[in-house]
Design a protein around this ligand. Structure first.
Ligand code: FAD
Length: 636
């Protein structure tokens, strides 16, 4: 017979483990954690590579040093995790291009260009003199010419661009990203205000409605009436200067209570509709107007995030760029590089990100042989039976792939791929948004439409760290050199690099980060091909004589059927309704995971706080249910 518990938790990532811990702390001990893979941690995952322990998933504790303390930072400190500070801000100064000298793509300040040109002139003269010196060591003319060419190639291919110029270009990129963001918001607003009169106001729009009309599509006569009231009558809340003038001039006025209009509504037969019904209909109209507004925002956001990959990202979008592209139209290699840095690395310079606003702007890289996951084992130890660092508690079941969730008013039945059946009163589902979007788990009955729509609307970011091991290092180390970028005509093409010397000195490992379309492309090809591409890029940056990598590691988060991507990507303009719907329970199924965190989605602390939050909501529900049961008993 199926095993029965109070609560089943699906998934043993940080949110699932945090959720279970809260249940245990509140007296719900008979839970069951079902995890598809053979380990806990989910997207927190280490692997041995090149003699050290590298993080395939979460690597940083992001948001440290602010007024509030980041719970992930607290957990890391508590579990004694070794971390090191990452200064991303340097990346913008360590930017290489394919060839040098470069025809400056930007209108830069004259002084900067002169300075950069001077430095080119200096380098050419220097290499010429050096070649002449070499010629003095008895080489013939052809050899001499060859050496001059080689020198020029070595000296000028992939040279790092001057710091001042890099700073200029970066500032321009930030300004342009901000401008694009503002223009996107402006366009949304004007779309919204154009739509205000639909079905009324502007006659041209009555006969020829706009093709896409997400904000206003009333259908019935009542809907039209309320829509008109809601959109074409603006109830001002600030003090109106005309009111002030009217008062000053002693004009006679009398109060008009517009709010009554909604109760005095006649249909064509001249009947006034009952007050209660009118109120109902009005509320519905308000909800629907809000929903339409949200949907307009969503469409803008998805347009914005689709455009993130323009010129690179999603290959389909490279060949067929969106017609209107208000957010992202980078053109040059430098623009692509900065665009990637600003958008795909969530640099808080374009728009505020809660993680950095609340917890501080610093980021610490986990550099611990025990891995980031050590923090999770420490957490699990507090409520699961463990011995010698291993979890031996039978309430944690590994290799249990949940395939079906049957739910009713009485409980939930779970069927796993190996045919096991589990029953519980409630279920906490912590699988990623990518898994929810896939067909891995079927729901019986299916999830309601609002839920499915919300799940499908949320975007999934793919973020891939590729590790390369070398026999020795050939890249600059020392202060301010940990991160460097490669400017290429194709957006996101091996753009963002990091050396691991700060984290693991002497490891001779480089990491390059790809996202979205580039991640998917690389996931689909062989490691040899990826290695060849990466080496080509490195040779462009550091010259043809660098050693080949001896090993490569390419995580495949998108292909992984238990992940289907790296993390949720709620677009920038906030829309609480979407995350609210993704998070909202359906009957006895409670949703958790980083994607359900209103403020910190996409982060470890987001997953952790979401797990706690969901369990608290469930505990409240259990309390309510028990109270009703007790009352029913008393009545009997
Ligand atoms: P998960 O960790 O995905 O847990 C869900 C679990 O459900 C998984 O273990 C999965 O195996 C299991 N599961 C899935 N399907 C089933 C099924 N059908 N049956 C049973 N079990 C199932 N965050 C940061 O804070 N800093 C970073 O630097 C950072 N970098 C990242 C880099 C990468 C490459 C990735 C992938 C993520 C990164 N993140 C980072 C995000 C962070 O890792 C996640 O936000 C967090 O770990 C998510 O935890 P979770 O519990 O919500 O989900």
């Amino acid at each position: 017979s199926p095993s029965r518990s109070s609560v089943i938790i699906v998934g043993a990532g940080v949110s699932g483990i945090a959720a279970a811990k809260v249940l245990a702390e509140n007296g719900i001990e008979d839970f069951m954690i079902l995890e598809a893979s053979d380990r806990i941690g989910g997207r927190i995952r280490k692997e041995s590579f090149g003699g050290v322990s590298v993080e395939l998933g979460a690597g940083w504790i992001a948001g440290v040093g602010g007024e509030k303390s980041n719970p992930a930072w607290e957990l890391a400190n508590k579990s004694g995790l070794r971390t090191c500070f990452s200064d991303y801000s340097n990346a913008r100064y360590n930017i290489y291009d394919t060839r040098y000298p470069n025809p400056y793509p930007y209108p830069c300040p004259r002084a900067t260009v002169t300075c950069a040109r001077f430095s080119v002139f200096f380098k050419i003269s220097f290499s010429f003199l050096f070649s002449v010196l070499l010629a003095g060591y008895g080489v013939n003319r052809t050899e001499f010419a060859e050496r001059v060419v080689l020198f020029c190639v070595v000296c000028y291919s992939g040279k790092i661009i001057p710091r001042k110029l890099a700073n200029e270009l970066y500032k321009q990129a930030v300004d342009s990203a901000k401008e694009k963001m503002d223009s996107a918001i402006r366009s949304l607003r004007s779309q919204e205000s154009n739509n205000r009169g639909c079905g009324g106001g502007d006659v041209s729009r009555v006969t020829e409605p706009p093709l896409e009309d997400p904000v206003c599509t009333p259908r019935t006569a009542f809907e039209h009436a309320f829509d008109f009231l809601l959109h074409d009558f603006e109830m001002a809340e600030k003090s109106n200067p005309a009111w002030e003038l009217a008062n000053k001039s002693g004009l006679r006025t009398c109060f008009s209570d517009y709010s009554n209009a909604r109760y005095n509504i006649y249909d064509t037969s001249g009947k006034i509709i009952p007050r209660k019904l009118a109120n109902e209909l009005y509320k519905k109209a308000v909800d629907s107007a809000k929903e339409k507004m949200d949907s307009a925002i969503r469409s803008l956001r998805s347009q914005e995030s689709n455009n993130r990959g323009c010129g690179g990202g999603d290959v389909s979008r490279v060949t067929e760029p969106p017609l209107e592209d208000p957010v992202c139209t980078p053109r040059t290699a430098f623009e692509h590089a900065f665009d990637f840095l600003l958008h795909d690395f969530e640099m808080a310079e374009v728009e505020p990100i809660s993680t950095f606003v609340d917890f501080g702007e610093r980021e610490f890289l986990v550099a611990d042989e025990r891995g980031y996951e050590h923090l999770l084992y420490k957490m699990a130890e507090e409520f699961l039976f463990t011995s010698e660092g291993k979890i031996l508690d039978s309430r944690l079941q590994l290799n249990k792939v949940v395939r079906e969730l049957q739910h009713s008013r009485n409980g939930v039945t779970v069927t796993t791929e190996d045919g096991c059946v589990y029953e519980a009163n409630y279920l906490i589902l912590s699988v990623s948004i990518g898994v929810l979007q896939s067909d891995l788990i079927s729901f019986r009955p299916s999830l309601p439409r609002w839920k499915m729509e919300a799940i499908q609307t949320c975007e999934v970011m793919v973020y891939t760290k590729i590790f390369l091991k070398f026999p020795h290092k050939f890249w600059p180390c020392g202060p301010g050199k940990e991160f460097f970028m490669y400017a290429h005509e194709r957006r996101g093409y091996y753009t963002f690099w990091q050396h691991m010397e700060n984290a693991f000195p002497g490891s001779n490992i480089l990491v390059v980060t790809l996202t979205n379309g580039e991640s998917k492309r690389v996931e689909a090809q062989s490691e040899e091909e990826t290695l060849k591409e990466a080496m080509g890029v490195l040779k462009n940056m550091f010259g043809p004589n660098i050693p080949n990598a001896t090993d490569i590691l390419v995580p495949r988060w998108y292909k992984n059927r238990f992940q289907r991507g790296s993390y949720s990507n709620y677009p920038i303009i906030s829309n609480n309704q979407l995350v609210h719907n993704i998070k909202a329970p359906v009957g006895r199924i409670f949703f958790t995971g980083e994607h359900t965190s209103e403020q910190f989605s996409g982060y470890v602390h987001g997953g952790y706080l979401a797990g706690i939050d969901t369990s608290k909501t469930l505990l409240e529900e259990i309390r309510k249910e028990r109270k009703t049961e007790n009352q029913n008993h008393l009545l009997e």
